[in-house]
Design a protein around this ligand. Sequence first.
Ligand code: ASP
Length: 584
Amino acid sequence: MYRSHTCGELRATDNTTEVILSGWVQTIRDKGFVLWIDLRDRYGITQLVFDEERSSKAVLEAAKDVGREYVLQVKGTVIERASKNPNLPTGDIEILVSEFKVLNNALTPPFTIEDVTDGGEDLRMKYRYLDIRRNPVKENLIFRHKVTMEVRKYLSEKEFIEVETPYLIKSTPEGARDFVVPSRMNEGQFYALPQSPQTFKQLLMVGGMDRYFQIVKCFRDEDLRADRQPEFTQIDCEMAFVEQEDILGVFEGLTRHLLQEIKGVQVGDFPRITYDEAMRRYGNDKPDIRFGMEFGELNTVAQHKDFNVFNTAELVVGIAVPDGASYTRKEIDALVDWVRRPQVGAKGMVYVKCNPDGTYKSSVDKFYDQEDLAQWAKITGAKAGDLICVLSGSVNETRAQLSALRMEMATRLQLRKAAVFAPLWVTDFPLLELDEETGRYHAMHHPFTAPKPGQISMLEKDPGAVKANAYDLVLNGNEIGGGSIRIYDRATQEVMFKHLGFSEEEAKAQFGFLMDAFQYGAPPHGGIAFGLDRLVAILGGQETIRDFIAFPKNNSGRDVMIDAPAPIDEDQLKELSLKLSVPS
Ligand code: ASP
């Protein structure tokens, strides 16, 4: 028996008990005649004491050879501590060690195994197994486990069945590139790793499973953006015989359950806004509504004066930054520089100080009088003391730029509070999105998403105007879930593929199996998928998903611990009938 107790459970009431503990050496304090070791395992830390008199000289001497992170098994008696440590659950006791065994020794770890470590990100990732010994990382993994348990509990109670779908499949378009796997037995042929189980979950609905979910890995070979992982986890769900309203109800319920069980936070009915409205009010389809600073469109009041920049702009739009009127010239210049950074891309920024005395002072006083500026204040909701920041240009770009500024100001003003949870649904997304580069439309969600009832006929004339039966769940400025009601008949699916530029043959070759299935009594169905990594990070009050993944990839998509990806040898290539055109 390696242990009778864990390192986190002994208390004063266990006084005089004979125990066996196993764990890692956290710290050693050697006073010569007496020596203390903090022994750590997943459950906590227990102090061990070795001394000449009570332990025996031999045991004390042997203990002096022990190093940090050694793995020990100790036998001893629980005794009350002379000086108690109220910060430690086991702080009332210590173990007077009578015997111990080194189960394994350890090299000196490359960084300290403490809550606040001296190890940088790269080093911690290389030795992730040591990083996981640290409380913050360990707690995050336990937290993730709790979230997934609550997800499983809620969905199981609602009659969802967890079904596994294959990883070696054919391409499922979710807007990214596929990771592919060569097939040794089928020369020159490849599997694709799923970008999501989309088609399979739809086939499960055709199969009559009625309610499916799966906590599942998805793989997307995207250009790497900060805090994206090439493999990530979804809570993937599908339901038969449902309309959008049914799905929103169930998954609003799931989100509420998680907030209640995990955070003890109660939220009311989730607000809903359409995609168009989200873009108009926040310039963003995943608005953070924990704070205001809503957009005010100023075209009607700012155009047709003598200010040409605005007159020639498609959109003139502003936000009121709370208490910004007190900014100095220097601070405002810095803000202008900020919006002009290439990452934001605005050409400039017009501002209006709403002075506490009710007057206005703007950077465009030459063109606008006090009455004009009062209108701007009204439209942007600016109060005395606020600063109105105005951008202009083409609609999409200007909205994106002002949205970036809105988020930046909220961060600076500490309005994005981690303890506040503001979920909402964004609905009525466009069905198609124009790819500016190729001039082709592609599905904004995915090609299996149904258009709003009655809108399919518009596909011919005005494809960009067609709305989808698609919705996103947004939490604190992050898209945590997205889904849609699906097409479930062959004819509509064929029309959809045609508009996405697939020839009949291409559609058949890639998705014939799905369209065939639709001919055998496919029920109306729809679903949603949540990004588990992000959801857990937000619930945990943190922004980086890497912190909640046991073995994440770095920003270049590499696992620096196992050193992957890596070349494979000539024999393996040959076996797979592959030839590299670049030297490996
Ligand atoms: N498969 C979709 C996605 O990964 C989710 C869905 O439509 O249910 O975003």
